[in-house]
Write a protein that binds this ligand. Structure first.
Ligand SMILES: [Cu+2]
Length: 160
């Protein structure tokens, strides 16, 4: 019993220490650490990632995203098609009750298409992204742009 609770505490610790000013609240939801990877200036699209925590007893749903930087911001997922990893648009994404939803490379992501302003898509900059949830409504987050993924060493990271 003691051993397992110590293990649990050790597992939870990095999560708590990761909570910082980059958390945004909307109702029962908290959006943590929005980030995007700096890409070459000719990259046609840019992806944004974050983690949504739901402390509520009911599930919510991410319906859409928008940013003044791009004509469109789509919700995408990665799926295996044969041997190929492909991405496709999804109409919305469920946020489970008392759970979390992770947007990360090779998983769910917000894809920005038709980029209008690239001045904020550089290492160290931030750009606004508005997420609209079915129940929690809208929340505007600031997406931090990094040269390297902030979770370096993550098993799902791949070179662009
Ligand atoms: Cu995509």
């Amino acid at each position: 019993m003691l051993k397992s609770s110590l293990l649990l505490a050790a597992l939870l610790l990095p999560v708590f220490s990761a909570a910082n000013a980059d958390d945004y609240k909307a109702g029962d939801l908290e959006v943590s650490n929005p980030w995007s990877q700096e890409l070459p200036p000719n990259a046609p699209t840019v992806a944004a990632y974050f983690v949504i925590h739901n402390t509520g007893e009911t599930a919510d749903r991410l319906l859409s995203a928008e940013t003044p930087l791009a004509e469109k911001a789509e919700l995408h997922e990665h799926v295996m098609q044969g041997d190929l990893m492909k991405m496709q648009q999804v109409p919305n994404v469920d946020v489970p009750a008392k759970g979390e939803l992770t947007f990360a490379p090779m998983a769910y992501h917000v894809m920005l298409l038709g980029l209008k302003d690239r001045s904020l898509l550089a290492d160290g900059k931030q750009f606004p992204l508005t997420l609209t949830f079915e129940k929690a409504g809208k929340v505007e987050v600031q997406v931090s742009v990094h040269k390297a993924p902030p979770m370096a060493g993550h098993e799902h990271m791949h070179a662009q």
